[in-house]
Design a protein around this ligand. Structure first.
Ligand code: RB5
Length: 151
């Protein structure tokens, strides 16, 4: 499993903790910025992640089991999710609890997890990350059908 991650300044510190955690778990992590806590425009970093996912992953197949996932962190997670979901085929889920993180992988086959560093602390954030990454898509026909209705 490969993880492409980005943040703006609001999510920068949490992003560093997530990267350390994921590397300790043995995942290949690509950080596409931002590179400091200086003010940064989150749509630029959402696009860096969606560009990579769009080129590396078959987003046209709603039942696809992804080998690459994305994580986007800003202050609220809202701006990142809005920007990412503008990209055709991208399903980015804003999750601040583990139930949602599990459900969005099982039901929506989301490829990006968005979180707000001003909303959740690092302890919960890392559990949300683990849940998102460790939960496979259910492959249920009804979920594939529903995803194909909006993707
Ligand atoms: C930056 O202040 C903040 O607006 C951004 O991190 C994010 O929360 C936007 O949705």
């Amino acid at each position: 499993m490969k993880i492409i991650i980005a943040s703006d300044h609001g999510g920068y510190e949490l992003k560093l903790e997530i990267i350390e955690h994921l590397k300790a778990r043995g995942f290949e992590v690509t950080d596409v910025g931002c590179d400091s806590p200086e003010s940064a425009d989150y749509p630029i970093y959402a696009k860096k992640v969606t560009d990579i996912l769009s080129s590396e992953v078959d987003l046209d197949n709603p039942g696809k089991n992804f080998e690459t996932l994305g994580i986007l962190v800003c202050g609220t997670g809202i701006g990142m999710s809005l920007a990412a979901n503008k990209v055709p085929g991208i399903r980015a889920a804003l999750c601040h609890d583990t139930f949602s993180a599990q459900a969005t992988r099982e039901h929506n086959n989301s490829i990006i997890l968005c979180m707000g560093a001003r909303v959740v602390g690092p302890g919960l954030a890392l559990k949300i990350v683990d849940t998102f990454i460790d939960t496979p898509f259910s492959q249920d026909e009804r979920h594939v059908r529903r995803i194909s209705m909006y993707s």
